[in-house]
Write a protein that binds this ligand. Structure first.
Ligand SMILES: [Zn+2]
Length: 147
């Protein structure tokens, strides 16, 4: 059972976890903007307060820092050598919360895309991913395989 208070409280909690206007986030925003999309930022009324909310399309993009959100198998997600158990627990909680928020968004009829920090350095690949996210049935270039 979720009430207004717990949702609001959770947003406050998330706002501490999720840092805003990071470099990777700005890269994703500028690519989407260049594709002609308009979007809202950090909408508090949506689960997980997505970095980018394309409200008209009911699509949300999370730009996740590899460390804080626990990007599996990524070298940027390497845990600090000290206080290993503390970090492990903290980062697992973050990842669990991320999954829960994505599930909630899906229940509300939204589609979600997670862009990891390390995936924002190749702007061409990023643009292609965003294009496919926005137009999944659109014509694909010959060189791009179906997922
Ligand atoms: Zn990564």
């Amino acid at each position: 059972v979720t009430d207004v208070f717990s949702v609001r409280k959770r947003s406050v909690i998330m706002s501490h976890v999720r840092s805003k206007h990071t470099k990777p986030e700005i890269v994703v925003r500028s690519v989407l903007h260049g594709m002609g999309y308009r979007f809202g930022l950090h909408r508090q009324d949506l689960p997980g307060c997505p970095d980018i909310a394309l409200t008209r399309h009911a699509k949300a993009v999370f730009v996740n820092g590899c460390f804080w959100h626990g990007h599996k198998g990524c070298r940027r997600a390497t845990r600090p050598g000290t206080h290993v158990e503390f970090w492990q627990r903290k980062l697992e909680e973050n990842a669990k919360r991320d999954r829960r928020n994505v599930r909630r968004l899906h229940q509300l009829g939204w589609k979600t895309l997670v862009v990891w920090q390390c995936q924002t350095t190749n702007e061409r690949a990023l643009r292609e991913r965003l294009r496919r996210f926005m137009c999944p049935r659109g014509r694909k270039p010959r060189s791009v395989a179906s997922p």
